[in-house]
Design a protein around this ligand. Structure first.
Ligand SMILES: *Cc1c(COP(=O)(O)O)cnc(C)c1O
Length: 350
């Protein structure tokens, strides 16, 4: 088989949810964010595993993602949509029982006009200036919106992955002021906010990246291993070059393995000449350019020719690989392509 295999440990995913849940008091519910196809790992199986782990509500980015999750988990658990109630969403929100987080006076109008009585939440902007009602708009619609009993009032932190950043405390103060005196459940924290401590937890937390083994949840169990098969091997003499642009030239007789994955699979070209693959615990440097479907790797120092090498494993986590490529773990995970065979182990329950 010449496609790479993405191994996904659903028990580690479930353990990460339980660990993040344990960081807040029992009075705080812990949801699970499974937008972007469960951060690239497959929303349907990820959602079912997180249900087994104990999660009872989910967040996605857009209504279409919510449809896929509803089809996977069936009726019951709440599925909320961060982008709210957009034009064209009404039938999906209704037919698949999705809960929009309303972001603007226009969305509130649209929702009350087209789906009166259907559950909704309110998303407030507490300073990030990305999504959510501005304070002045909130002041204008607050009484009318609260009269319709939103299921949650939420906001999102811009700098929660930097614990020393002053922005989080400013947003916390703003969120408290915007929600003073209301009895609606409140939600502010994603993974980073959970780690900032109980002041940030309120009634509901919304972890995403930490579930999948990514920073800033440094105690996470790794969830993914990416195993790439060797499809050819050759001896290269000192002075010969490898790959597009002749960007790597052997300085000694070398054994070069060609592996079946490339930038079309999310192993971005910025990894060229910088990333490392692993034969069990032995590092093997990526040499030359990453091409669309292939990687070239120096395995001169190995005493055998392996059938495959790992580019993600417990040593080289998504964050380590992201670091060498100048990006973040979130981007590595969500870029992992459709071509991989996805092999799931575990159930999330243990
Ligand atoms: C993506 C997202 C989350 C989850 O964030 P992580 O950093 O992945 O834990 C929570 N809330 C909102 C509004 C988001 O957009």
């Amino acid at each position: 088989m010449a496609t790479a295999t993405l191994h996904i440990d659903l028990n580690a995913l479930g353990a990460n949810w339980r660990a993040l849940n344990a960081l807040s008091s029992p009075a705080t519910e812990t949801a699970a964010v499974i937008k972007a196809d469960g951060y690239g790992l497959g929303a349907a199986l990820v959602a079912r595993a997180l249900l087994s782990a104990g999660a009872q509500q989910f967040f996605v980015a857009v209504a279409e993602e919510g449809v896929a999750v509803r089809q996977a988990i069936g009726a019951g658990p709440r599925i909320s949509v961060f982008s709210g109630h957009c034009p064209g969403d009404t039938a999906l929100l209704r037919d698949y029982d999705l809960t929009p987080m309303l972001n603007s006076p226009q969305q509130i109008r649209r929702h009350f006009d087209t789906l009166p009585g259907q559950a909704f939440g309110i998303q407030l902007d507490s300073g990030m200036n990305r999504l959510g009602l501005e304070p002045a708009d909130w002041a204008a619609v607050r009484d009318e919106a609260l009269a319709q009993a939103p299921v949650v009032v939420m906001s999102h932190l811009a700098c929660a992955d930097e614990p020393e950043h002053a922005m989080s405390a400013q947003q916390l103060a703003a969120f408290k002021e915007l929600t003073a005196g209301i009895s609606t459940p409140r939600s502010l924290a994603a993974t980073g906010g959970i780690l900032l401590g109980s002041d940030y937890h309120f009634d509901l937390t919304r972890p995403g990246i930490g579930l999948y083994g990514g920073l800033p949840f440094s105690d996470a169990r790794p969830v993914v291993r990416l195993e790439v098969p060797l499809i050819q091997c050759r001896d290269v003499a000192a002075g010969e070059s490898v790959g597009y642009g002749n960007s790597w030239t052997a300085t000694r007789p070398s054994r070069i393995a060609t592996l079946a994955a490339g930038y079309a699979d999310g192993l971005i070209r910025a990894m060229s000449g910088r990333a490392t693959l692993y034969c069990d615990d032995t590092p093997c440097p990526l040499v030359g350019r990453v091409s669309m479907d292939l990687l070239t790797v120096d395995i001169t120092h190995l005493d055998h020719t392996p059938e495959s090498l790992d580019i993600l494993n417990p040593t080289q986590t998504v964050d380590v690989l992201a670091g060498v490529a100048g990006t973040i773990g979130y981007e590595i995970l969500t870029s992992l392509g459709a071509r991989y065979a996805r092999r799931y182990t575990g159930t999330g329950a243990t």
